[in-house]
Design a protein around this ligand. Structure first.
Ligand code: FRU
Length: 497
Protein backbone atom coordinates (compact mmCIF):
# COMPACT_ATOMS: atom_id res chain seq x y z
CA UNK A 1 0.00 0.00 0.00
CA UNK A 2 2.72 2.38 1.04
CA UNK A 3 4.88 1.50 -1.95
CA UNK A 4 1.95 2.20 -4.25
CA UNK A 5 1.83 5.75 -2.96
CA UNK A 6 5.45 6.27 -3.83
CA UNK A 7 5.10 4.72 -7.25
CA UNK A 8 2.79 7.62 -8.05
CA UNK A 9 5.65 9.98 -7.42
CA UNK A 10 8.21 8.02 -9.39
CA UNK A 11 9.53 11.10 -11.22
CA UNK A 12 10.42 12.52 -7.84
CA UNK A 13 11.97 9.42 -6.40
CA UNK A 14 13.83 7.97 -9.35
CA UNK A 15 17.20 9.28 -8.18
CA UNK A 16 16.85 7.83 -4.70
CA UNK A 17 16.66 4.16 -5.59
CA UNK A 18 14.42 1.55 -4.00
CA UNK A 19 16.32 1.23 -0.74
CA UNK A 20 15.96 4.89 0.07
CA UNK A 21 12.28 4.83 -0.91
CA UNK A 22 11.43 2.23 1.71
CA UNK A 23 12.99 4.51 4.33
CA UNK A 24 10.92 7.52 3.34
CA UNK A 25 8.92 8.95 6.24
CA UNK A 26 11.24 7.25 8.73
CA UNK A 27 13.94 9.93 8.65
CA UNK A 28 15.09 11.92 11.66
CA UNK A 29 12.74 14.88 12.36
CA UNK A 30 10.10 13.61 9.87
CA UNK A 31 6.58 14.56 11.00
CA UNK A 32 4.33 11.51 11.21
CA UNK A 33 0.90 13.11 11.36
CA UNK A 34 1.51 16.37 9.53
CA UNK A 35 1.61 16.45 5.74
CA UNK A 36 5.05 16.70 4.17
CA UNK A 37 6.11 15.95 0.57
CA UNK A 38 7.89 12.62 0.07
CA UNK A 39 10.86 14.43 -1.43
CA UNK A 40 12.10 17.96 -1.90
CA UNK A 41 11.06 21.44 -1.01
CA UNK A 42 7.56 22.70 -0.27
CA UNK A 43 6.09 26.00 0.89
CA UNK A 44 2.57 27.48 0.81
CA UNK A 45 -0.55 25.32 0.63
CA UNK A 46 -2.37 26.12 -2.62
CA UNK A 47 -5.72 25.29 -4.21
CA UNK A 48 -7.40 23.84 -1.12
CA UNK A 49 -10.72 22.56 -2.39
CA UNK A 50 -13.14 19.74 -1.61
CA UNK A 51 -14.41 17.71 -4.55
CA UNK A 52 -16.16 14.34 -4.78
CA UNK A 53 -15.26 13.25 -1.26
CA UNK A 54 -11.62 14.29 -1.59
CA UNK A 55 -9.79 17.12 0.10
CA UNK A 56 -7.22 18.41 -2.36
CA UNK A 57 -3.98 19.87 -1.15
CA UNK A 58 -1.79 21.52 -3.76
CA UNK A 59 1.40 23.14 -2.58
CA UNK A 60 4.37 25.22 -3.68
CA UNK A 61 6.99 22.67 -4.62
CA UNK A 62 10.43 22.38 -6.18
CA UNK A 63 10.46 19.01 -7.98
CA UNK A 64 14.21 19.26 -8.54
CA UNK A 65 15.66 20.05 -5.15
CA UNK A 66 15.39 20.62 -1.44
CA UNK A 67 15.57 24.42 -1.62
CA UNK A 68 13.11 26.98 -2.97
CA UNK A 69 13.10 27.16 -6.80
CA UNK A 70 11.30 26.03 -10.01
CA UNK A 71 7.98 26.64 -8.32
CA UNK A 72 5.43 24.08 -9.37
CA UNK A 73 2.20 22.85 -7.79
CA UNK A 74 2.65 19.54 -5.95
CA UNK A 75 -0.55 17.63 -5.22
CA UNK A 76 -2.02 15.25 -2.64
CA UNK A 77 -5.54 14.16 -1.71
CA UNK A 78 -7.16 12.90 1.44
CA UNK A 79 -10.55 11.57 2.56
CA UNK A 80 -10.09 12.73 6.17
CA UNK A 81 -7.44 15.50 6.19
CA UNK A 82 -5.16 13.10 8.10
CA UNK A 83 -4.09 10.36 5.66
CA UNK A 84 -2.75 11.75 2.39
CA UNK A 85 -2.03 10.14 -0.97
CA UNK A 86 0.53 11.77 -3.21
CA UNK A 87 -0.48 12.49 -6.80
CA UNK A 88 1.71 13.52 -9.73
CA UNK A 89 2.79 17.12 -10.09
CA UNK A 90 -0.25 19.21 -11.04
CA UNK A 91 0.92 22.44 -12.69
CA UNK A 92 4.55 22.74 -13.69
CA UNK A 93 6.90 25.63 -14.34
CA UNK A 94 7.24 26.23 -18.08
CA UNK A 95 9.13 28.67 -20.34
CA UNK A 96 10.54 30.57 -17.39
CA UNK A 97 7.12 31.11 -15.81
CA UNK A 98 6.97 29.72 -12.29
CA UNK A 99 3.65 28.67 -10.78
CA UNK A 100 3.28 30.75 -7.63
CA UNK A 101 0.55 30.49 -5.01
CA UNK A 102 -3.14 30.44 -5.81
CA UNK A 103 -6.39 28.60 -5.30
CA UNK A 104 -8.80 26.19 -6.93
CA UNK A 105 -12.54 25.91 -7.41
CA UNK A 106 -14.89 23.30 -8.76
CA UNK A 107 -16.75 25.14 -11.54
CA UNK A 108 -20.02 23.21 -11.15
CA UNK A 109 -22.01 25.43 -13.53
CA UNK A 110 -19.23 25.49 -16.10
CA UNK A 111 -19.08 29.30 -15.95
CA UNK A 112 -15.61 29.07 -17.49
CA UNK A 113 -16.73 26.93 -20.41
CA UNK A 114 -13.80 24.57 -19.79
CA UNK A 115 -16.21 21.68 -19.07
CA UNK A 116 -16.56 19.15 -21.90
CA UNK A 117 -19.01 16.28 -22.41
CA UNK A 118 -20.68 16.91 -19.07
CA UNK A 119 -17.35 16.81 -17.22
CA UNK A 120 -17.18 19.43 -14.47
CA UNK A 121 -13.94 21.42 -14.63
CA UNK A 122 -11.74 22.20 -11.66
CA UNK A 123 -10.19 25.61 -12.26
CA UNK A 124 -6.97 26.79 -10.64
CA UNK A 125 -5.93 30.42 -10.55
CA UNK A 126 -2.29 31.08 -9.77
CA UNK A 127 0.33 33.75 -10.15
CA UNK A 128 2.58 33.32 -13.17
CA UNK A 129 5.95 34.53 -11.90
CA UNK A 130 8.77 35.71 -14.17
CA UNK A 131 11.73 36.28 -11.87
CA UNK A 132 12.46 39.99 -11.31
CA UNK A 133 10.14 40.99 -14.17
CA UNK A 134 6.42 40.36 -13.75
CA UNK A 135 3.67 38.68 -11.77
CA UNK A 136 0.30 38.13 -13.44
CA UNK A 137 -2.72 35.96 -12.74
CA UNK A 138 -3.20 32.83 -14.82
CA UNK A 139 -5.69 29.97 -14.89
CA UNK A 140 -5.55 26.25 -15.65
CA UNK A 141 -8.25 23.60 -15.69
CA UNK A 142 -8.63 19.90 -15.05
CA UNK A 143 -11.32 17.55 -16.36
CA UNK A 144 -10.19 14.53 -14.32
CA UNK A 145 -10.75 15.72 -10.75
CA UNK A 146 -7.48 17.58 -10.50
CA UNK A 147 -5.01 14.92 -11.63
CA UNK A 148 -3.93 16.48 -14.93
CA UNK A 149 -4.09 20.17 -15.79
CA UNK A 150 -4.15 22.28 -18.94
CA UNK A 151 -3.00 25.89 -18.83
CA UNK A 152 -5.46 28.32 -20.44
CA UNK A 153 -4.26 29.32 -23.91
CA UNK A 154 -5.00 33.04 -23.33
CA UNK A 155 -3.12 33.46 -20.06
CA UNK A 156 -2.63 35.73 -18.23
CA UNK A 157 -6.20 36.65 -17.29
CA UNK A 158 -5.11 39.62 -15.17
CA UNK A 159 -1.86 41.46 -15.80
CA UNK A 160 -1.13 44.93 -14.40
CA UNK A 161 2.52 44.71 -15.51
CA UNK A 162 3.69 44.76 -11.93
CA UNK A 163 6.68 42.98 -10.44
CA UNK A 164 4.77 42.23 -7.22
CA UNK A 165 1.10 41.31 -7.63
CA UNK A 166 0.26 37.85 -6.41
CA UNK A 167 -1.46 35.01 -4.57
CA UNK A 168 -5.08 34.96 -5.84
CA UNK A 169 -7.71 33.46 -3.56
CA UNK A 170 -10.98 32.88 -5.40
CA UNK A 171 -14.38 31.79 -4.13
CA UNK A 172 -18.00 31.85 -5.29
CA UNK A 173 -20.09 34.68 -3.79
CA UNK A 174 -23.65 33.44 -3.99
CA UNK A 175 -25.59 36.68 -3.22
CA UNK A 176 -24.12 38.37 -6.32
CA UNK A 177 -23.67 35.16 -8.30
CA UNK A 178 -20.07 35.87 -9.21
CA UNK A 179 -16.56 34.70 -8.41
CA UNK A 180 -14.52 36.90 -6.11
CA UNK A 181 -10.74 37.06 -6.18
CA UNK A 182 -8.60 38.52 -3.40
CA UNK A 183 -5.07 39.42 -4.50
CA UNK A 184 -2.05 41.10 -2.99
CA UNK A 185 -0.25 44.32 -3.81
CA UNK A 186 2.53 43.17 -1.45
CA UNK A 187 4.65 46.31 -1.38
CA UNK A 188 1.72 48.75 -1.09
CA UNK A 189 0.10 46.62 1.68
CA UNK A 190 -3.17 46.37 -0.19
CA UNK A 191 -5.58 43.50 -0.71
CA UNK A 192 -7.33 43.98 -4.05
CA UNK A 193 -10.75 42.44 -4.66
CA UNK A 194 -12.03 41.55 -8.13
CA UNK A 195 -15.16 39.85 -9.48
CA UNK A 196 -15.80 37.65 -12.49
CA UNK A 197 -18.68 35.75 -14.07
CA UNK A 198 -16.45 33.32 -15.98
CA UNK A 199 -13.07 33.16 -14.17
CA UNK A 200 -11.46 34.73 -17.25
CA UNK A 201 -12.48 38.41 -17.17
CA UNK A 202 -11.97 40.19 -13.87
CA UNK A 203 -13.34 43.56 -12.69
CA UNK A 204 -11.81 45.53 -9.88
CA UNK A 205 -14.17 45.87 -6.89
CA UNK A 206 -12.25 47.54 -4.06
CA UNK A 207 -9.04 47.65 -2.02
CA UNK A 208 -8.41 46.95 1.65
CA UNK A 209 -5.37 48.35 3.50
CA UNK A 210 -2.84 49.34 4.58
CA UNK A 211 -3.84 48.16 8.05
CA UNK A 212 -2.44 46.34 11.06
CA UNK A 213 1.07 44.94 10.56
CA UNK A 214 2.77 46.61 7.59
CA UNK A 215 6.37 45.92 8.64
CA UNK A 216 6.94 43.51 5.74
CA UNK A 217 5.38 42.76 2.34
CA UNK A 218 1.86 41.36 2.41
CA UNK A 219 1.28 37.93 0.83
CA UNK A 220 -1.41 35.27 0.46
CA UNK A 221 -4.77 36.90 1.27
CA UNK A 222 -7.58 34.61 2.35
CA UNK A 223 -11.15 35.87 2.72
CA UNK A 224 -13.48 33.30 4.30
CA UNK A 225 -16.86 33.33 6.00
CA UNK A 226 -16.92 31.58 9.39
CA UNK A 227 -19.55 30.88 12.07
CA UNK A 228 -19.76 32.86 15.32
CA UNK A 229 -19.34 30.70 18.44
CA UNK A 230 -22.45 30.64 20.59
CA UNK A 231 -24.65 32.42 18.02
CA UNK A 232 -26.18 29.74 15.77
CA UNK A 233 -26.69 30.93 12.19
CA UNK A 234 -24.54 34.05 12.60
CA UNK A 235 -21.43 34.41 10.44
CA UNK A 236 -18.56 36.86 10.01
CA UNK A 237 -15.88 37.29 7.34
CA UNK A 238 -12.23 36.71 8.25
CA UNK A 239 -9.41 38.19 6.17
CA UNK A 240 -6.11 36.42 6.90
CA UNK A 241 -2.78 37.32 5.35
CA UNK A 242 0.96 36.75 5.72
CA UNK A 243 3.90 39.12 6.25
CA UNK A 244 7.40 37.64 5.94
CA UNK A 245 7.52 35.67 9.19
CA UNK A 246 4.02 35.86 10.65
CA UNK A 247 0.36 36.19 9.81
CA UNK A 248 -2.42 38.58 10.83
CA UNK A 249 -6.20 38.57 10.56
CA UNK A 250 -9.08 41.02 10.40
CA UNK A 251 -12.71 40.20 11.18
CA UNK A 252 -15.73 42.01 9.78
CA UNK A 253 -18.18 42.09 6.90
CA UNK A 254 -17.97 41.56 3.15
CA UNK A 255 -20.86 42.87 1.05
CA UNK A 256 -19.72 41.48 -2.27
CA UNK A 257 -17.67 44.60 -2.97
CA UNK A 258 -15.89 45.85 0.17
CA UNK A 259 -14.38 44.13 3.17
CA UNK A 260 -14.80 46.18 6.36
CA UNK A 261 -12.72 45.44 9.44
CA UNK A 262 -14.70 45.58 12.70
CA UNK A 263 -11.82 44.98 15.09
CA UNK A 264 -9.92 47.93 16.60
CA UNK A 265 -7.75 49.28 13.77
CA UNK A 266 -4.66 49.77 15.93
CA UNK A 267 -4.50 46.21 17.30
CA UNK A 268 -2.69 43.38 15.53
CA UNK A 269 -4.38 39.98 15.71
CA UNK A 270 -2.48 36.87 14.69
CA UNK A 271 -3.82 33.44 13.79
CA UNK A 272 -0.61 32.08 15.24
CA UNK A 273 1.82 33.68 17.69
CA UNK A 274 4.60 31.16 17.08
CA UNK A 275 7.36 31.47 14.47
CA UNK A 276 6.29 28.74 12.03
CA UNK A 277 2.81 29.31 10.63
CA UNK A 278 2.55 31.06 7.28
CA UNK A 279 0.55 31.43 4.06
CA UNK A 280 -2.52 29.73 5.55
CA UNK A 281 -5.63 29.59 3.39
CA UNK A 282 -9.03 28.01 3.91
CA UNK A 283 -10.73 25.24 1.93
CA UNK A 284 -13.14 26.14 -0.85
CA UNK A 285 -16.51 24.44 -1.36
CA UNK A 286 -16.68 22.33 1.78
CA UNK A 287 -20.08 20.69 2.35
CA UNK A 288 -22.28 22.94 4.52
CA UNK A 289 -22.02 20.42 7.37
CA UNK A 290 -18.25 21.04 7.60
CA UNK A 291 -16.68 23.90 9.51
CA UNK A 292 -14.40 26.23 7.55
CA UNK A 293 -10.93 24.67 7.61
CA UNK A 294 -7.52 26.21 7.02
CA UNK A 295 -4.02 24.82 6.55
CA UNK A 296 -0.77 26.79 6.88
CA UNK A 297 2.87 26.20 5.99
CA UNK A 298 5.00 25.21 8.99
CA UNK A 299 8.15 27.20 8.30
CA UNK A 300 9.53 30.70 8.25
CA UNK A 301 11.22 32.55 5.39
CA UNK A 302 13.97 33.78 7.74
CA UNK A 303 15.47 30.26 7.82
CA UNK A 304 13.17 28.06 5.71
CA UNK A 305 15.89 26.87 3.31
CA UNK A 306 18.30 26.00 6.12
CA UNK A 307 16.30 23.64 8.34
CA UNK A 308 18.24 20.38 8.80
CA UNK A 309 15.79 17.98 7.11
CA UNK A 310 16.43 15.77 4.12
CA UNK A 311 15.27 14.55 1.60
CA UNK A 312 12.26 16.85 2.14
CA UNK A 313 11.82 20.33 3.48
CA UNK A 314 8.79 21.74 5.29
CA UNK A 315 5.42 20.42 6.31
CA UNK A 316 1.84 21.65 6.60
CA UNK A 317 0.07 22.50 9.84
CA UNK A 318 -2.72 20.34 11.18
CA UNK A 319 -5.91 21.39 9.39
CA UNK A 320 -7.74 23.83 11.68
CA UNK A 321 -11.47 24.45 12.00
CA UNK A 322 -12.24 28.16 12.09
CA UNK A 323 -14.86 30.22 13.90
CA UNK A 324 -14.90 33.61 15.64
CA UNK A 325 -15.95 34.61 19.12
CA UNK A 326 -16.78 38.02 20.55
CA UNK A 327 -14.54 38.59 23.57
CA UNK A 328 -15.15 41.96 25.22
CA UNK A 329 -15.30 44.18 22.17
CA UNK A 330 -13.08 42.17 19.88
CA UNK A 331 -13.63 39.39 17.38
CA UNK A 332 -11.19 36.59 18.15
CA UNK A 333 -10.38 33.86 15.64
CA UNK A 334 -10.94 30.46 17.25
CA UNK A 335 -9.00 27.51 15.80
CA UNK A 336 -9.33 23.84 16.60
CA UNK A 337 -7.52 20.91 15.04
CA UNK A 338 -9.95 18.90 12.90
CA UNK A 339 -11.58 16.10 14.89
CA UNK A 340 -10.43 13.39 12.46
CA UNK A 341 -6.92 13.66 13.96
CA UNK A 342 -8.31 11.83 17.01
CA UNK A 343 -8.37 8.67 14.88
CA UNK A 344 -4.57 8.49 15.32
CA UNK A 345 -4.71 8.33 19.12
CA UNK A 346 -3.05 5.24 20.60
CA UNK A 347 -2.78 4.38 24.29
CA UNK A 348 -3.91 7.04 26.72
CA UNK A 349 -1.91 8.14 29.76
CA UNK A 350 -3.93 10.02 32.40
CA UNK A 351 -3.27 11.92 35.59
CA UNK A 352 -6.23 13.48 37.39
CA UNK A 353 -4.31 16.05 39.38
CA UNK A 354 -0.72 16.91 40.22
CA UNK A 355 0.51 19.69 42.51
CA UNK A 356 4.03 20.57 41.44
CA UNK A 357 6.54 22.54 43.45
CA UNK A 358 9.55 21.97 41.22
CA UNK A 359 9.04 19.37 38.53
CA UNK A 360 7.40 16.05 37.78
CA UNK A 361 8.58 13.79 34.97
CA UNK A 362 5.72 11.80 33.44
CA UNK A 363 6.22 8.08 33.01
CA UNK A 364 5.09 8.34 29.39
CA UNK A 365 7.82 9.23 26.91
CA UNK A 366 7.29 10.21 23.31
CA UNK A 367 8.19 12.59 20.51
CA UNK A 368 4.90 11.93 18.73
CA UNK A 369 1.91 12.73 20.90
CA UNK A 370 -1.11 14.82 21.73
CA UNK A 371 -1.49 16.24 25.24
CA UNK A 372 -4.29 18.07 27.03
CA UNK A 373 -4.18 19.61 30.47
CA UNK A 374 -5.46 22.42 32.64
CA UNK A 375 -2.91 24.56 34.43
CA UNK A 376 -3.87 26.51 37.55
CA UNK A 377 -0.73 28.51 38.26
CA UNK A 378 -0.09 30.04 41.67
CA UNK A 379 0.09 33.83 41.75
CA UNK A 380 3.86 34.18 41.70
CA UNK A 381 4.91 31.25 39.57
CA UNK A 382 6.30 30.37 36.20
CA UNK A 383 4.94 26.96 35.33
CA UNK A 384 4.13 24.72 32.41
CA UNK A 385 5.27 21.74 30.38
CA UNK A 386 8.61 20.74 28.94
CA UNK A 387 8.57 18.45 25.93
CA UNK A 388 11.47 16.89 24.01
CA UNK A 389 13.15 16.81 27.42
CA UNK A 390 16.43 14.97 28.10
CA UNK A 391 20.16 15.67 28.41
CA UNK A 392 19.45 19.25 29.54
CA UNK A 393 17.51 19.92 26.37
CA UNK A 394 13.81 20.76 26.27
CA UNK A 395 11.13 22.83 24.56
CA UNK A 396 9.36 24.92 27.18
CA UNK A 397 5.66 25.81 27.09
CA UNK A 398 5.09 28.12 30.05
CA UNK A 399 3.03 30.71 31.84
CA UNK A 400 4.41 33.61 33.85
CA UNK A 401 1.51 34.27 36.22
CA UNK A 402 2.74 37.60 37.61
CA UNK A 403 2.95 39.08 34.12
CA UNK A 404 0.10 37.06 32.58
CA UNK A 405 2.46 36.00 29.82
CA UNK A 406 2.10 32.72 27.97
CA UNK A 407 5.26 31.71 26.10
CA UNK A 408 7.05 29.01 24.18
CA UNK A 409 10.82 28.76 24.27
CA UNK A 410 12.88 26.59 21.94
CA UNK A 411 16.32 28.05 22.79
CA UNK A 412 17.47 24.77 24.37
CA UNK A 413 15.41 22.41 22.21
CA UNK A 414 18.22 20.71 20.26
CA UNK A 415 19.87 21.73 17.00
CA UNK A 416 19.52 25.51 16.76
CA UNK A 417 22.82 26.32 15.11
CA UNK A 418 22.00 25.61 11.44
CA UNK A 419 20.85 29.22 11.05
CA UNK A 420 21.54 32.43 12.99
CA UNK A 421 17.98 33.54 12.29
CA UNK A 422 16.59 30.36 13.82
CA UNK A 423 18.89 30.65 16.82
CA UNK A 424 17.77 34.24 17.40
CA UNK A 425 14.09 33.27 17.19
CA UNK A 426 13.96 31.35 20.48
CA UNK A 427 11.10 32.69 22.56
CA UNK A 428 7.58 33.75 21.56
CA UNK A 429 4.99 35.14 23.92
CA UNK A 430 1.60 36.76 24.27
CA UNK A 431 -0.32 38.22 27.18
CA UNK A 432 -3.15 35.78 27.92
CA UNK A 433 -5.14 36.50 31.10
CA UNK A 434 -6.26 33.41 33.03
CA UNK A 435 -9.91 32.36 32.77
CA UNK A 436 -11.26 31.27 36.18
CA UNK A 437 -7.62 31.18 37.31
CA UNK A 438 -6.91 28.53 34.66
CA UNK A 439 -5.16 28.05 31.36
CA UNK A 440 -6.24 25.28 29.02
CA UNK A 441 -3.48 23.69 26.95
CA UNK A 442 -3.80 21.40 23.95
CA UNK A 443 -0.41 20.36 22.63
CA UNK A 444 0.61 18.34 19.57
CA UNK A 445 4.21 17.28 19.20
CA UNK A 446 5.26 15.54 16.00
CA UNK A 447 9.05 14.94 16.08
CA UNK A 448 9.96 18.41 14.83
CA UNK A 449 6.67 20.34 15.02
CA UNK A 450 4.96 21.63 18.16
CA UNK A 451 1.45 23.09 17.72
CA UNK A 452 -0.10 24.47 20.88
CA UNK A 453 -3.75 25.51 21.10
CA UNK A 454 -4.39 27.69 24.17
CA UNK A 455 -7.85 28.23 25.72
CA UNK A 456 -9.86 26.33 23.13
CA UNK A 457 -7.85 27.76 20.26
CA UNK A 458 -8.20 31.47 21.13
CA UNK A 459 -4.42 31.62 20.64
CA UNK A 460 -2.20 29.17 18.77
CA UNK A 461 1.58 28.79 18.73
CA UNK A 462 3.35 26.71 16.08
CA UNK A 463 7.10 26.11 16.20
CA UNK A 464 9.66 23.82 14.66
CA UNK A 465 12.32 22.21 16.82
CA UNK A 466 15.04 19.75 15.98
CA UNK A 467 15.72 17.64 19.08
CA UNK A 468 17.74 14.46 19.47
CA UNK A 469 15.22 11.60 19.10
CA UNK A 470 16.02 10.14 22.53
CA UNK A 471 15.17 13.45 24.21
CA UNK A 472 11.60 12.26 24.51
CA UNK A 473 10.69 13.21 28.09
CA UNK A 474 7.56 15.11 29.13
CA UNK A 475 7.81 17.15 32.32
CA UNK A 476 5.52 19.36 34.34
CA UNK A 477 7.58 22.21 35.81
CA UNK A 478 7.09 25.01 38.28
CA UNK A 479 9.24 27.83 39.61
CA UNK A 480 7.87 29.72 42.64
CA UNK A 481 4.82 28.80 44.74
CA UNK A 482 3.28 25.41 43.90
CA UNK A 483 1.04 25.18 40.84
CA UNK A 484 -1.71 22.70 40.05
CA UNK A 485 -1.99 20.65 36.87
CA UNK A 486 -5.24 18.76 36.27
CA UNK A 487 -7.07 16.60 33.71
CA UNK A 488 -3.75 15.59 32.16
CA UNK A 489 -4.12 13.34 29.14
CA UNK A 490 -1.39 12.17 26.81
CA UNK A 491 -2.06 10.09 23.72
CA UNK A 492 0.79 8.64 21.72
CA UNK A 493 -0.08 9.10 18.05
CA UNK A 494 -0.02 6.52 15.27
CA UNK A 495 1.81 7.59 12.10
CA UNK A 496 -0.48 8.72 9.29
CA UNK A 497 2.10 7.68 6.68
C1 FRU B 1 4.52 33.12 0.31
C2 FRU B 1 5.06 33.28 -1.08
C3 FRU B 1 3.97 33.76 -2.01
C4 FRU B 1 4.42 33.27 -3.35
C5 FRU B 1 5.08 31.96 -3.01
C6 FRU B 1 6.27 31.64 -3.87
O1 FRU B 1 5.22 32.23 1.09
O2 FRU B 1 6.17 34.16 -1.08
O3 FRU B 1 3.75 35.15 -1.95
O4 FRU B 1 3.36 33.11 -4.25
O5 FRU B 1 5.47 32.04 -1.66
O6 FRU B 1 6.74 30.36 -3.63
Amino acid sequence: MRLKKYLLVIPLSISLGLHAQTKLYKEQYRPQFHFSPALNWCNDPNGLVYNNGNYHLFYQHNPFGNQWGHMTWGHAISKDLVHWTHLPIAIAEENGVMIFSGTCVVDKNNTSGFGKNGKIPMVAVYTGHIENVNQSQCIAYSLDDGVTWTKYANNPVLDLHKKDFRDPKIFWYEPKKYWVMALMFPVEHLVQLYSSKNLKEWNHLSDFGPAGDTAAVWECPDLTQVPVDGMPGKKKWVLQMSQNASMQYFVGEFDGIHFTNENPANTIYRPDYGPDYYAAIAYNQLPSTHLPTAIGWVNNWNYANDIPTTPWKSAMSLPRNLSVKKVNNEWVLMQKPVASINSLRKENFRLAKEIVSDHKTLSVKSTQFEMKLILTPSAASVSGVKIAAGNNNYFEIGYDAAQQIFYIDRSKSGNTTFSDNFKKAGRFEKIIPLQNKQLQLHIYFDNSIAEIFVNDGAAVFTAQLFPEPNNNGIELFNRGEKSTFSEINVWKMKPAW
